[in-house]
Ligand binder design. Structure first.
Ligand code: PLP
Length: 385
């Protein structure tokens, strides 16, 4: 019944831990779930108010433009200038997305023919690989190793593979490893992409969730716009995961390709949501600062608990994830199950994000301080044999 394409999608590797969690809950255990990358904090009120008003405007109720309202693209361009000092042409270098996931998943359809390769970080957000497979492409993994700061070692990419690759996906600040990249690294990426004629798709969904650190945009680097685009999301920055709005910016021809797919499969973002997004991007950014402050307090508390479990962990400079290394002699799935069994705590096994995620657990900071404190107390009491 199902297409080969659908049948060749990678297996959903979190099913095992999801089931174990459901079982514990059904047994009446008070499970503390650090598995979910969905902010528990509400969308700031001024953004909700703007939607409320905009939804009542008849002019917003028809089909939107798939590229996004001009005012939305202007707001994106100004936001980019103020955050990254990057100039974007509002007509040609900005496109709205129904969440960045939508844009990422559709991108390979525009550029990858059956059998063609894409370069995908491992571990990673699964959509880079899935988008490639849905386009009948061939994802090739680029290992993210601790010794390389969880960045692909471009020198280790086989020359033939590089010559064949159409696209490279990157994501900094990174999910799941919480690693960050510098402009210097991005410059190497630009040189590599030019040498091998590869389109770079940089996913910057967590660019604003940073602690005493400014995450650079890929587009800050000279020549970046010649080779690629950057995906952004309002989901994490403004607690808007359910609203489904994001954007892509950068190389005009790449955006045209993505836009061509989109005109044929969707009809853009509800204009009232675009107006709310304008409010988010152009209004006071104090809500973002508040968010970051909250995640930072949570991070500092949870890291202590994780250390008490004997895991090797560093305080992340960005994202709302903690990437912790399990002790030698165990693996991420067994450790995750033990943590659930002994402490009623869920952390995502790194192996679910790819082969090179093995040996790690990901904790999402999407629970409040009281729950984290409870989790830390439980962690301090657990004694693994
Ligand atoms: C790295 C990364 N990119 C993109 C997304 C998707 O975000 P959006 O809600 O904009 O589709 C996520 C969501 O978890 C993510 O972790």
């Amino acid at each position: 019944m199902y297409s080969n394409r659908l049948r060749s999608l990678p297996p959903y590797l979190f099913a095992e831990i999801d089931q174990a969690k459901e079982k514990k809950i059904s047994e009446g255990v008070d499970v503390i779930d650090f598995g979910v990358g969905d902010p528990d904090l509400p969308t700031p009120e001024h953004i909700v108010d703007r939607l409320d008003e905009a939804a009542r405007n008849k002019e917003n109720q028809g089909y939107p433009s798939y590229r996004g309202k001009e005012e939305f693209r202007e707001a994106v361009s100004e936001w980019y200038k103020s955050n990254f000092n990057v100039d974007l042409d509002v007509e040609e270098e900005v496109i709205s997305l129904i969440g960045s996931k939508e844009g990422i998943a559709h991108t390979p359809l525009a550029f990858v023919d059956p059998g063609e390769k894409t370069l995908v970080p491992d571990p990673s957000y699964p959509v880079y690989e899935i988008g490639t497979v849905l386009a009948d492409g061939d994802p090739v993994s680029m290992p993210l190793k601790k010794e390389n700061g969880f960045k692909p070692n471009l020198d280790k990419i086989n020359r033939e593979t590089a010559e064949e690759a159409k696209l490279m996906f990157l994501n900094y600040p990174n999910n799941p490893t919480a690693a960050v990249a510098t402009g210097k690294y991005f410059k190497k990426v630009v040189d590599f992409a030019k040498k091998y004629d590869i389109i770079v798709c940089h996913d910057a969904a967590y660019s604003q969730i940073t602690y005493d650190f400014d995450a650079p945009s890929f587009l800050e680097v000279d020549g970046a716009k010649d080779v690629g685009v950057e995906f952004h999301s309002l989901s994490k920055t403004y607690n808007m995961t359910g609203w489904r709005i994001g954007f892509a910016v950068g190389n005009k021809d790449v955006l045209d390709g993505i836009g061509k797919v989109k005109t044929n499969v969707d009809s853009g973002v509800f204009q009232a949501i675009q107006e709310a997004a304008i409010e988010a991007l152009s209004g006071s950014q104090d809500c973002v600062k508040e968010n970051v402050k909250t995640y930072k307090e949570r991070r500092d508390l949870l890291v202590e608990g994780i250390k008490s479990l004997g895991l090797d962990v560093e305080k992340p400079k960005a994202t709302f994830y903690i990437w912790a290394e399990v002790p030698e002699g165990t693996d991420s799935m067994s450790f995750s199950k033990k943590l659930l069994e002994e402490g009623g705590i869920v952390a995502t096994p790194g192996s679910g994000f790819g082969e090179y995620g093995e040996g790690y657990l990901r904790f999402a900071l999407t629970k409040d301080l009281d729950r984290i404190e409870e989790a830390v107390e439980r962690m301090e009491e657990i004694e693994f044999e």
